[in-house]
Every structure is written in structure tokens, then in C-alpha cells.
Design a protein around this ligand. Structure first.
Ligand code: ATP
Ligand code: MG
Length: 356
């Protein structure tokens, strides 16, 4: 879009540049996304989705449903990936992404992204791929060792292709994605130096809470770790998950002093309770002794259900109209593909691959 308006101005067409156009001209871009490996959870919301919703008016926003990336560790389960495309889309719309102003794109339907990934793979070494700390950790979790699918090992390169194909300036993500942005910047610099300065260096945007822990107390809430509270969970499910949540194992009786650090109940209160003063009081009471786990969990259940209620309501409305949501994805993908196609044209020119 930015190039489109600039081009109009450059060739000096005979209509005035309106305030709207000026605004459009300076709009920077966002690209981020999610793997359709399951519905979205509280970690996605707090780590990235909330920022996307906040910034969608200010930035030209592209959201990628990364189905090919989901297949890198789900090659034997394409049905799971397919099914979750809609689940993720329902979550986006329910959380407040507005398809009139932001563009939701399905990765596999933009083959230019795969092409760009192939070019970038020549700019990255195997040892660099193996050093990526997030991939390293995920490989350990999955027990891959040397039998890691090649597509999985190189998924940060495909992410670099996504970000740069959309010439994104900003990438709202959780902490686990920071090494990917770092690797993207390296690729951009190599490409621009070797070929031509076509690509834009992106910046990561993290939120106040960069990594929400899991209900089991593990460092990251994640679809694959079975420790998530989903945006689509019913209030009864939320209550059950919270009641079974990990807390301070040393806090056995309500009178005992308890630990707030590493206690996900308080991490969730920090993330979702607007009443900071009340949360501080609760923490003090818990640390001193005299506040039971059940009591504080009941407070958390109410906070989470109050937060999730409007999301659930909107989600149910969209889930009743899957055809309409599929249309949003189709239109978004078509629009997104145009942007990627334009970048690839410039990339091929820069790489001397523009033969005819
Ligand atoms: P999977 O387990 O399948 O990898 P995931 O839960 O890690 O799923 P992704 O689709 O890989 O989710 O991540 C999408 C986005 O959400 C990324 O920007 C990621 O940083 C962010 N995110 C995911 N989990 C959390 C979390 N617990 N806290 C903060 N941000 C998160
Ligand atoms: Mg992940």
C-alpha cells in the first residue's frame, strides 16, 4: 500500500494528495502471526495479540496464519493444522482484530514466501540455525536430536521471509521470538549488502509481560505443553484449570508465608487484573502468610472470566458464521499476496533473476 500511494504521487497524477493519503503514505507496517496448531491462549493474547489490536489503526497490519510452519512438526497431522486455521481466525476476530483494517493471510497460499525462504537459506549457515536458542529449546522438548525435520530447523528463516516479504517495520511478539527477529535482521543486512537494499530491517515489539508462564508453573504457556488457558475455554473450564494450577509448593497452609515469584497465579493476576493496588495487597498478604491458595485462585477465576466473557461472546458469534470468516481469510490472503508479489519482484531484480 505504501508503495502504491507513493507511486501515484511520484508520477504526479492530477488529483490532490488528501490528508487521508498523506496518512496512508507514512503508515508503517506490522507483520506477525501464529501457528494453527491449536486455538489461541492467554499467552498469545498478552504476548502479542493485545498489541496487534491496539496498533492496527496506526500501522498497516498483516497477520499470518503460518500453516506451513505448523507442519514443520506436524507433518503427519495435516488435519489438525487445517482445522485450527478457523479456530485461530475466530480467536483473532473475537479478540478485536478488525478485518476491515487489518489483513489476515494464510501462509501456504502465498507461495512467494516459500520462494523467498529458499533464497534466504543460502545466506544462513547450518551452525547459525543450530545456535538459535528458541529452536534449540524446542528441539530438546520434542526430543528431536539429529532427527529434527529439516523444515523445523530452518523455520526461523521462513519467518524472516514472512516479515521481509511484507516489509514490516514492527513485529509484535513474545520473548521466544526475539532470536527470530535477530536472525531476520542478519538476513536483511546480508541480502541488502550482497544484492541491493531492497529489504526493510524490522524491530520486535514485546509487551509488558513478554512470557506468560503455564498453569503447570513451566516458563511458557504453550499449545504444545498442555499448560494453557484458551481464549475459547468456558468459564467452568477456566475455573477447573485455575483450581488445579501450580502455586508455591512450600505454601501448604493458608497461614504459611508463600512465594509470589515463579507463582503463575500471581503472574496471571499481574497480566489480567487492572487493579494493580489490589494485586499488590494480595501479594503482600500471601508473602506474609494468611492468604490461602484457594482464596487467591477464586479471585483469579473471576478476573479471568471477566476478561474472557466479551471475547467468548464475540467468538461464538463468529463461530456461527464460518463461511463469512473463510471469506475474510480468502480476501486477506489475496490482498497479502499482492504485497509479497511486489517484494519478490524487487528481490528477483536485485538478485539478477529477472530474465525476461
Ligand atoms: P506451539 O506450542 O505450537 O509452538 P505456541 O503456544 O508457542 O504454540 P505460537 O503460534 O508458536 O504459539 O506463537 C505465536 C505468538 O504468540 C508468538 O509471537 C509468541 O511469542 C507468542 N506467545 C506464545 N506463547 C506465549 C506466552 N506464553 N507468552 C507470551 N507470548 C507468547
Ligand atoms: Mg511456538
Amino acid at each position: 500500500m505504501v508503495e502504491y500511494h507513493l507511486a501515484k504521487v511520484e508520477i504526479g497524477v492530477r488529483f490532490p494528495v488528501t490528508a487521508f493519503m498523506k496518512n496512508e503514505m507514512i503508515k508503517k507496517r506490522i507483520l506477525t502471526g501464529d501457528r494453527p496448531t491449536g486455538p489461541l491462549h492467554l499467552g498469545h493474547y498478552i504476548g502479542s495479540l493485545e498489541n496487534r489490536v491496539k496498533l492496527q489503526r496506526e500501522y498497516e497490519t498483516y497477520i499470518l496464519i503460518a500453516d506451513m510452519q505448523a507442519l514443520t512438526d506436524n507433518a503427519d497431522n495435516p488435519e489438525k493444522v487445517r482445522k485450527n486455521i478457523l479456530e485461530v481466525a475466530f480467536d483473532y476476530l473475537a479478540a478485536g482484530l478488525d478485518p476491515k483494517i487489518c489483513t489476515i493471510v494464510i501462509q501456504s497460499l502465498v507461495p512467494e514466501l516459500a520462494e523467498l525462504t529458499m533464497y534466504y537459506l543460502n545466506l544462513v549457515t547450518l551452525s547459525r540455525l543450530q545456535r538459535n536458542p528458541t529452536v534449540k529449546g524446542e528441539m530438546q522438548e520434542k526430543g528431536y536430536g539429529a532427527n529434527v525435520p529439516a523444515g523445523f530447523l530452518m523455520y526461523p528463516v521462513s519467518q524472516a521471509a514472512h516479515i521481509t516479504a511484507f516489509k514490516a517495520n514492527l513485529v509484535p511478539v513474545g520473548e521466544d521470538q526475539l532470536p527470530m527477529i535477530e536472525q531476520t535482521v542478519e538476513i536483511v543486512r546480508s541480502f541488502n549488502r550482497i544484492y541491493k537494499p531492497v529489504l526493510v530491517e524490522p524491530k520486535a515489539l514485546t509487551s509488558k509481560i513478554t512470557r506468560l508462564p503455564g498453569t503447570d508453573g513451566r516458563a511458557k504457556m504453550s499449545k504444545s505443553l498442555n499448560n494453557a488457558i484458551y481464549l475459547s475455554d468456558s468459564s467452568a473450564v477456566v475455573a477447573k484449570k485455575v483450581m488445579e494450577m501450580f502455586t508455591d509448593p512450600g505454601h501448604i497452609h493458608a497461614e504459611d508465608p508463600g512465594k509470589v515469584e515463579g507463582n503463575p497465579v500471581f503472574a496471571y493476576l499481574d497480566a489480567f487484573d487492572q487493579d494493580v493496588k489490589k494485586v499488590d495487597e494480595l501479594k503482600k498478604q500471601y508473602q506474609k502468610g494468611g492468604l490461602g491458595d484457594v482464596e487467591v485462585k477464586k479471585i483469579l477465576i473471576e478476573v479471568l472470566n471477566n476478561f474472557l466473557n466479551p471475547i467468548r461472546k464475540r467468538r461464538a458469534e463468529f463461530a456461527e458464521k464460518p463461511e463469512q470468516v473463510m471469506r475474510i481469510l480468502k480476501e486477506g490472503t489475496e490482498k497479502g499476496r499482492k504485497v509479497a508479489t511486489q517484494t519478490l519482484k524487487e528481490v528477483r531484480q536485485a538478485m539478477h533473476l529477472d530474465y525476461f
